[in-house]
Design a binder for this molecule. Structure first.
Ligand SMILES: Cc1cc2nc3c(=O)[nH]c(=O)nc-3n(C[C@H](O)[C@H](O)[C@H](O)COP(=O)(O)OP(=O)(O)OC[C@H]3O[C@@H](n4cnc5c(N)ncnc54)[C@H](O)[C@@H]3O)c2cc1C
Length: 467
């Protein structure tokens, strides 16, 4: 493993989803030798790439849980960080819509719960105000709980910003590197077997998402079992954006937050997710039944949505563990921290989770040394609500490549594609390029631009590997 084999790291973080990347970034503030190890050939290839992209306030979390505190803190931290790092966020707010008397009767209780979680700005609105605020809502809505602060966020550039900043600040990112074994060495650093050779770690962090329980088992820890809970979603094309102003949430049920209709920062509208408990941790396919069920729900929420064109359908898996909370634990005897059960709020909580993990590592005996500033990061903007290069006369004047559109559906320019391919974290394939630029994410799903993108990747790409 170039630059990795046989090296002893102070901390090895396993799993480069949004959570592992946030932890690596937090550790990069200190003079430590840190490695971020990922089985896939890019960061953010697990649950972190396929979610509903909402920066939650935590208003509906179970009060007093670790998750409630970390989502609340994470919302504040990520809102600030996004502005600094160029991650698009749109604070459109949410409306929790009541469709029957039982749901309407539940709204005061939900407002009280929000208050217990520190959110005092929620407000119950009647049917008339609801219709004024959401004119395309289906008939029969009786009222809603308005939740200011619930925001749209770009999940792709969040993970990439953390990882880029970590790498620029000295963290070693090892991709295509699955940890397959840990030799028991009481009192000595962990000796990891990986698909790219051995690694040694004084302290170890498990940020393995859906596989956190299996990783725990490598160290003989058996605290919880992960049940993959699939969420299927439909993405509607940009003309649908004018139909929806807020994040439209249902009154929550036992399987979580339920099916929502929400805009995205890319100018689309999402309908979903489903909530299906499965056995297969790789079942990220969509199903005819799942999508039909979503359409049925969507027809009630915003009927006109169903007349719009669907550009994509996708599914992600949440790491459910049978408890309405995260499963974070420090094991000082093993100098080991588990960050598990980060189910449906990990994007929102990520920065606060990272701070929490620093505390858990300190409990395990890690002495970080003095804090130092991180290398700055500014992500290319992927959000429709902010200036995009194809409209930026100054950028085009500096480099005409920013005026040459290579993905017409999403208005992605040659300049953006080249910059992504030459970045500190270049994509390993066209999926990664899409998450960095939006190229291929539009109505034709790459049908038009794929050959050009492939040719550009070959011409300018650095490919994935050890960084
Ligand atoms: C449908 C859906 C909707 C959601 N909506 C939202 C939302 O709106 N807002 C929100 O805040 N959150 C949302 N979430 C939750 C959020 O996406 C997750 O909480 C978050 O992505 C979890 O990140 P993670 O880093 O823990 O896991 P992952 O992103 O899955 O990363 C774990 C990584 O560990 C790697 N790994 C595993 N085992 C090993 C090993 N042995 N060696 C090396 N690498 C390994 C995997 O390859 C993977 O890349 C949603 C989730 C889903 C599925």
């Amino acid at each position: 493993m170039p630059g990795g084999a046989g090296e002893t790291y102070d901390v090895v973080v396993v799993g480069a989803g949004v959570v592992g990347c946030a932890i690596a970034r937090a550790l990069a503030r200190y003079p430590l030798r840190v490695a971020l190890v990922e089985a896939a050939d890019d960061v953010g290839e697990g649950s972190s790439k396929a979610n509903t992209a909402i920066l939650h306030t935590g208003f509906d979390a179970s009060p007093g849980t670790l998750e409630a505190g970390l989502v609340r803190a994470g919302h504040r931290l990520l809102t600030g960080y996004a502005a600094e790092a160029g991650i698009p966020v749109e604070p459109v707010g949410a409306l929790l819509v009541a469709w029957d008397e039982t749901q309407r009767a539940a709204l005061p209780g939900l407002a009280a719960k929000a208050a217990r979680n520190g959110h005092h700005a929620t407000r119950i609105i009647d049917a008339a105000e609801l219709r004024r605020r959401e004119p395309h809502l289906g008939p029969g809505a009786l009222g809603a709980l308005a939740v200011p602060g619930e925001s749209l966020v770009c999940p792709w550039s969040t993970t990439l910003a953390y990882a880029t900043q970590a790498v620029r600040s000295g963290v070693r990112l090892l991709l295509g590197c699955r940890v397959t074994g840990i030799a028991p060495r009481p009192g000595a650093p962990h000796r990891l077997t990986t698909t790219r050779g051995p690694l040694t770690a004084r302290f170890l962090v498990n940020a393995c998402g859906l596989h956190a329980d299996r990783f725990d088992a490598l160290l003989g820890v058996r605290d919880f079992a992960v049940t993959p809970r699939r969420g299927q979603l439909l993405v509607y094309d940009k003309p649908a954006r004018s139909l929806v102003r807020h994040i439209l949430l249902p009154v929550p049920g036992p399987l979580g937050k339920g099916v929502l209709v929400a805009p995205t920062v890319y100018g689309n509208v999402l309908l979903g997710p489903t909530a299906e408990d499965l056995d297969d941790r790789a079942a990220t396919g969509t199903t005819a039944d799942g999508l039909a069920g979503l359409r049925e729900r969507g027809a009630r929420i915003v009927p006109a949505l169903l007349d719009e064109e669907v550009t994509a359908a996708y599914a992600g898996l949440r790491a459910a563990t049978g408890r309405e909370d995260y499963r974070c634990a420090a094991r000082p005897d093993r100098r080991y921290v588990t960050v598990g059960g980060i189910r449906s709020t990990g994007l929102s909580a990520s920065l606060a989770l990272a701070e929490h993990v620093l505390g858990l590592l300190a409990e395990c005996g890690l002495r970080t040394g003095p804090e130092r500033p991180l290398a700055p990061v500014r992500m290319p903007n992927l959000g429709e609500a902010f200036p995009r290069p194809y409209r930026d006369a100054a950028a085009i004047a500096r480099d005409p490549a920013f005026g040459t559109v290579v993905c017409p559906c999403e208005h992605v320019t040659l300049g953006e594609v080249r910059a992504a391919l030459a970045s500190d974290l270049p994509p390993a394939g066209l999926g990664g390029l899409r998450r960095r630029t939006r190229a291929g994410a539009g109505r034709c799903q790459g049908g038009h631009c794929r050959p050009a993108l492939r040719a550009l990747s070959e011409e300018y790409g650095k490919g994935a590997g050890t960084r």
